[in-house]
Design a binder for this molecule. Structure first.
Ligand SMILES: Cc1cc2nc3c(=O)[nH]c(=O)nc-3n(C[C@H](O)[C@H](O)[C@H](O)COP(=O)(O)OP(=O)(O)OC[C@H]3O[C@@H](n4cnc5c(N)ncnc54)[C@H](O)[C@@H]3O)c2cc1C
Length: 446
């Protein structure tokens, strides 16, 4: 039997490196979700499809789009608890909770990301050094699985599947409802302080020292367009303004993504990156501008309104790599990075450090380590350079993000994620037919 209401569309990964013609449906009710899941076979769950890597679609799979599952199920102000459907976006959630001075502090940086997508990737926000990942705010989850039916998941109920689901890339079934423990937020404005740093070492030292101070969100922007200035840059600290007691609405207009420039040719190249870096450093390093007030949207969703940064990579797209580096191997990693940089001279458009906290388990991108984010233009030299970095990741026990890097191979994944096989075994026990599959899950052999 076939499900009749399927639509077709060409889906792209956010980094544009993979596309596939995808069959999809947007169920609106429990029984529609059940019917679609029971009739179709190669399924995968899809939020807003904003993952850099193709996590929520693949060739031959049917995507269950959760767009219509975006309702508030219940809200308990007294106990600071909310139950929402998984297709709800971050901005939809915040525009409700902020009215009550409540929020979740572990929000990834773009307002149209869904809560289901954030949980299935165990997403984190700018304040991950103090608040960890979204896992910390979850109380319980309701999923529907084609073969296993409806299941309540929490620390006390179906704990194994609860653990597999958080950061489980949508492979344990459809997350339908989530109950969150909300945290208080007194105001929604931040004072942003900027500090210049001369190199990677100074930058990391500063970030480590500052990020343990409660309440400041801290990350860096570093130059990586030439070997002499590698790591020179600016550290940004977002400090909540304690004197105020007021939260504003999230200032988001509907799907901004659709409105940004669509370019077929790339703007980013060695020359334009150099110019952009010089201008950015000049503006942000200016002493007069070292402190300024920013609103909630500017701080929590830094890419909102700056989408052309991604579009400037053109049709060919880009690569993002996010690495969690153990403190004891940081110097060794940076030395080898520098050595390889001199040989390959890659074109890097973003180089940024932040501190992270948490406990790594299964597929989760989480640990007490330094997180380095790098964006590359899509060309042969950069791909070769990234392959060399993969080898260093294995050597120095560095964790590469599966969500960000769409070219990551199974061999790197197997060698960097100590629980890769444990995840496979547990998933197989739960779902021997491996019903839910994406390009990424197949590439990584999950
Ligand atoms: C501009 C930008 C900034 C970002 N910033 C950050 C950041 O700061 N920190 C961070 O951690 N990440 C960040 N991300 C990555 C983002 O948080 C994740 O890729 C997130 O999963 C995207 O959500 P989505 O709704 O688009 O999910 P999709 O991309 O559609 O899906 C992602 C995964 O979740 C699964 N999934 C989605 N919905 C469900 C559901 N209801 N049930 C079961 N599984 C489901 C899918 O199967 C897939 O495996 C950023 C992405 C962008 C584009």
């Amino acid at each position: 039997m076939k499900y009749h209401n399927l639509e077709n569309k060409l889906f792209f990964s956010f980094d544009k490196n993979y596309s596939a013609n995808v069959k999809f449906n947007k169920p609106d009710k429990f029984r529609e979700l059940e019917k679609l899941s029971i009739i179709e076979n190669n399924l995968i769950n899809t939020g807003s499809n904003l993952s850099y890597s193709p996590l929520s679609f693949g060739k031959g799979s049917t995507s269950i789009l959760l767009t219509k599952f975006n309702r508030i199920v219940s809200f308990d102000k007294q106990n600071k608890e909310i139950t929402v459907e998984a297709g709800m976006t971050l901005s939809q959630l915040l525009n409700f909770t902020l009215k009550y001075n409540l929020w979740i502090p572990q929000l990834p940086g773009y307002p149209f990301i869904t809560l289901g997508g954030a949980i299935a990737t165990n997403a984190h926000g700018k304040s991950c050094a103090i608040h960890g990942t979204i896992r910390k705010s979850i109380k319980k989850i309701l999923i529907f699985h084609k073969n296993n039916g409806w299941l309540n998941l929490s620390e006390n109920e179906n704990k194994e599947i609860y653990d597999l689901t958080i950061g489980g890339l949508g492979l344990t079934g459809t997350i339908v409802n989530i109950t969150f423990n909300l945290a208080e937020i007194k105001n929604s404005r931040f004072m942003t302080r900027k500090t210049k740093v001369a190199n990677n070492n100074d930058c990391i030292k500063f970030i480590k020292k500052k990020s343990i101070e409660k309440n400041s969100f801290i990350y860096s922007w570093n130059i990586a367009d030439n070997i002499n200035d590698l790591g020179k840059g600016i550290i940004f600290e977002n400090i909540p303004i304690q004197s105020e007691n007021k939260t504003d609405k999230v200032n988001i207009f509907d799907n901004k993504l659709g409105k940004y420039l669509r370019l077929n040719f790339p703007i980013w190249n060695k020359f334009t990156v150099k110019i952009a870096n010089k201008v950015f450093y000049l503006i942000n390093g200016n002493l007069k501008r070292q402190k300024n007030i920013e609103n909630f949207t500017q701080v929590i969703f830094p890419f909102y309104g700056k989408e052309n940064y991604f579009n400037f990579f053109g049709k060919k797209g880009f690569f993002e790599s996010q690495l969690l580096i153990p403190n004891e191997n940081l110097d060794l990693f940076l030395d080898e990075f520098k050595y390889l940089f001199k040989i390959h001279y890659p074109t890097i458009t973003l180089f940024s450090f932040k501190n992270m906290s948490g406990a790594q388990k299964l597929l989760r991108f989480e640990d007490n380590k330094i997180c380095l984010t790098i964006d590359y233009t899509n060309n042969k030299t950069n791909r070769l350079f990234m392959t060399e970095i993969d080898k260093i990741c294995i050597k120095y026990k560095i964790l590469p993000s599966l969500i960000k890097d769409s070219r990551l191979q199974k061999i790197t994944f197997d060698n960097c994620y100590p629980n890769a096989d444990e995840f496979r075994k547990k998933l197989k026990l739960f779902d021997k037919d491996k019903i839910y599959k994406s390009e990424t899950s197949l590439r990584l052999g999950l």
